[in-house]
Design a protein around this ligand. Structure first.
Ligand code: DOR
Ligand code: ZN
Length: 340
């Protein structure tokens, strides 16, 4: 039995670090675990221009303790009026690593998102030309589509046609939750990848609803049925270079989650690696963990692998009930691995 695993330093390819006091509170947790992170731009107002992106990067750097070697990778938030030249300029300047497509009103902070992908075709064509990845929140927002079906319907109506129309565009299908998404990514060309969160590996929809409503298990896309969780787990541990680590850590203060209309988002940054490795261990796939955590992401983005290593070993990690004003994923549980 492997009791200790040393891997190349990992990255988080999807995180929400917020701004202001929340940024100061949560950024050190991500910087302690990861060398780099793709930081999502759904602030209020969203990060849409290169100068806003550069200013946000400075605020993130200021929130990370000086002894942490951590690089935030900034993402542009696409709107109906995004400008191809501004995206290309931001990308060339090294500010924007990628751009994010939020269908308008799909999730937290998506009110300024894209109402129809047709409105940003010119931007996407330019991104394909310059090799700038498109990151997608893959859910339709149509009122007649059940929330548990919104990812699968997005594949049919939006993603599959987009991949066919723009075969050169690098696309990350973010935080996949369904067997349909796994099958789609597996059968798509090599320029289509996906991130996988710890929560979608650990929980199915019962976690939100059995024995009472549990707002801290609520995120978007919402956790689905057990057979979907098993499909996502199989993808994560498969060794396929298309699947990589993206926590979607999304902190909300406890009173905004424990409310009549609670916010979507799970704060998993403090123990993300311990959470993921538990799954790889349960699946007998510890040998696949380094690829998922440290290699597939940079290879997909065309960025160098990190130098340096981290070590995880078997041992108790007791997850506290709260961290500041935020309830973490696995609150009150003890995980079987710890970061050395
Ligand atoms: O649960 C989520 N929370 N899903 C998202 O897509 C956004 C995120 C947030 O920003 O809170
Ligand atoms: Zn997210």
């Amino acid at each position: 039995m492997t009791d200790r695993l040393t891997i190349r330093r990992p990255d988080d390819w999807h995180v929400h670090l917020r701004d202001g006091a929340m940024l100061d509170h949560v950024a050190p947790y991500t910087a302690r675990q990861f060398a780099r992170a793709i930081v999502m731009p759904n602030l209020s107002p969203p990060v849409t221009t290169a100068s806003e992106g550069a200013a946000y990067r400075d605020r993130i750097r200021a929130a990370v303790p000086a002894d942490h070697d951590f690089t935030p990778l900034i993402v542009a938030y696409l709107t109906d009026s995004s400008d191809a030249d501004e995206m290309a300029r931001g990308h060339a300047a090294g500010v924007f690593t990628a751009a994010k497509l939020y269908p308008a009103h799909a999730t937290t902070g998506s009110a300024h998102g894209v109402t129809d992908v047709a409105n940003i075709m010119g931007v996407l064509e330019r991104m394909a030309e310059i090799g700038m990845p498109l990151l997608i929140h893959g859910e339709v927002t149509d009122h007649d589509v059940d929330i548990f079906d919104r990812e699968a319907v997005f594949i049919e109506r939006t993603l599959a046609p987009l991949v066919t129309r723009m075969p050169e565009l690098k696309i990350v299908f973010e935080h996949i939750t369904t067997s349909e998404a796994v099958e789609f990514v597996n059968s798509a060309p090599a320029n289509v990848g996906a991130t996988i969160t710890p929560q979608h590996l650990h929980i199915n929809r019962n976690a939100m609803l059995v024995g009472g409503i549990r707002p801290h298990a609520y995120c978007l896309p919402v956790a689905k049925r057990e057979h979907h969780r098993l499909a996502v787990r199989a993808a994560a541990v498969s060794g396929s270079p298309k699947f990589f680590l993206g926590t979607d850590s999304a902190p909300h203060a406890v009173h905004t989650k424990e409310a009549a209309c609670g916010c979507a988002g799970i704060f998993n940054a403090p123990y993300a690696l311990e959470s993921y490795i538990t799954v790889f261990d349960e699946e007998g796939a510890l040998d696949k963990f380094e690829g998922f955590a440290s290699e597939h992401g940079p290879n997909f983005y065309g960025l160098p692998l990190n130098g340096g290593t981290i070590t995880l070993e078997r041992g108790a990690t007791v997850v506290p009930d709260t961290i500041g004003e935020v309830v973490p994923f696995h609150a009150g549980e003890t995980l079987g691995w710890k970061l050395v």
